[in-house]
Write a protein that binds this ligand. Structure first.
Ligand code: NAD
Length: 366
């Protein structure tokens, strides 16, 4: 069992340049030969509280890709927690390796010990490539883990909560774009009818929206289309379809120079993480085209709110009512963007940064 200082991993000063540029607090590399564990924990900012962010497991091509990913993701968590009004900081972990080959009880318990060594500064949860079962093993070694099954006092599947926040962010966007937050009669294309997308479709159907769906999974398409009378759009024709609202709920980077040029919608409001391929450039393009973009980390924060609630003793009603704040926060961000003539992304980041700066001042006296 050993930890290694980040200074040793790069010869080109890449790591410390990035840590300094975005003011990361800590980067921890962990390895354990006996279990094959190789992981990196990035703690971006803990002014508001302990850094909470899931553990992603992926067969990264090299260390640099893993570091880039963990730095980018942990900083995103700082913004998500801060703009959602949660007393949480931003952090994330990545485990380097093929999840189908490396996982074992010992592997995750060893990782749990490393998390325990951080004394509560980092709280983990599941993410791409990890499951609630893996979290159960981590929980054998540390209390600093959420996203546990309901049988262990956890919050269970966060997707309905995430979808509720996306739905409310969409309604707030409709209020600004159309003068009413009703989605009745609006055409909404939901891209990706997995967990979040399907719960979103359910809410849209109840409200009388016309629903278009697209997915690479044929059986998911069939099930959702027949249950909610949604029309199927082929994956390569998404941006040709006439629609009022585009709701990306599958992959990141779907909003890019080419797709923006083809878009006919007035609103983008979806659950996917990292929707913009190039954040600054694409958010500006959307502003110029008059498309209202509901920042992803703001409206998909329901999942984080759900695990945050778990941290304080889980209660689904509390998770849902806290998620309701997303409606007002979205309106507030549009107001700031409009009054400052900035992009909605900049407005959301500004609000998050301001909250962190304000609370840092509060903490300056005992
Ligand atoms: P999921 O795996 O259940 O669903 C994703 C769906 O996207 C699947 O049906 C998949 O077939 C489809 N898909 C994959 N590639 C596609 C493509 N090229 N075109 C169209 N569809 C494609 O995942 P999920 O939990 O519903 O999460 C969806 C997104 O929301 C992800 O970006 C995730 O990071 C983000 N998110 C999820 C939560 C949550 O609570 N689950 C919280 C915050 C953010």
């Amino acid at each position: 069992m050993s930890t290694l200082s980040a200074t040793l991993v790069e010869t080109e000063n890449y790591v410390f340049e990035k840590l300094t540029q975005y003011d990361y607090e800590q980067l921890v590399m962990v390895q354990d030969k006996s279990t094959g564990l190789k992981g990196i924990i990035a703690i971006h900012n803990t002014v508001l509280g302990p850094g909470l962010g899931g553990t992603r497991m992926y067969a990264y091509a090299n260390e640099r890709d893993a570091i880039v990913d963990v730095l980018r993701l942990s900083r995103g968590m700082t913004y998500k927690a801060a703009v959602s009004g949660l007393n949480l900081g931003g952090a994330k972990a990545v485990l380097i390796g093929d999840p189908t080959k490396l996982k074992s009880e010992a592997y995750f318990r060893k990782f749990g010990r490393y998390i325990e060594n951080l004394n509560g500064k980092y709280i983990t949860a599941e993410d791409v490539g990890t499951t609630t079962k893996d979290m159960e093993y981590i929980a054998m070694e540390t209390e600093n883990v959420v996203g546990l099954p309901e049988s262990m006092g956890g919050g269970g599947d966060p997707s309905p909560v995430t979808a509720y926040g996306v739905y409310l962010g969409m309604k707030a966007s409709a209020k600004v774009a159309y003068g009413s937050d009703s989605l009745n009669g609006k055409t909404v294309l939901v891209e990706g009818v997995g967990k979040v997308g399907t719960y979103l479709v359910e809410r849209l159907a109840k409200e009388g929206a016309r629903i278009l769906i697209s997915d690479v999974n044929e059986s998911a398409l069939k099930a959702v289309s027949s249950k909610y009378r949604a029309e199927i759009v082929p994956v390569d024709a998404v941006f040709d379809a006439p629609m009022d609202i585009y709701a990306p709920c599958a992959l990141g980077a779907r909003v890019n120079t080419e797709s923006i040029a083809a878009m006919k919608c007035q609103i983008i409001a979806g659950g996917a993480n990292n929707q913009l391929a190039k954040e600054d450039q694409d958010s500006l393009l959307l502003k110029e085209k008059g498309i209202l973009y509901a920042p992803d980390f703001l409206i998909n924060a329901g999942g984080l709110i759900n695990v945050y609630t778990e941290w304080n003793g889980y209660n689904r009603e509390t998770a849902m009512s806290t998620t309701e704040n997303i409606y007002d926060s979205t309106l507030r961000i549009y107001e700031i963007a409009s009054s400052q003539d900035s992009t909605t992304l900049d407005a959301a980041k500004h609000l998050a940064e301001k909250r962190i700066a304000d609370i840092a001042k509060v903490q300056s006296t005992y």
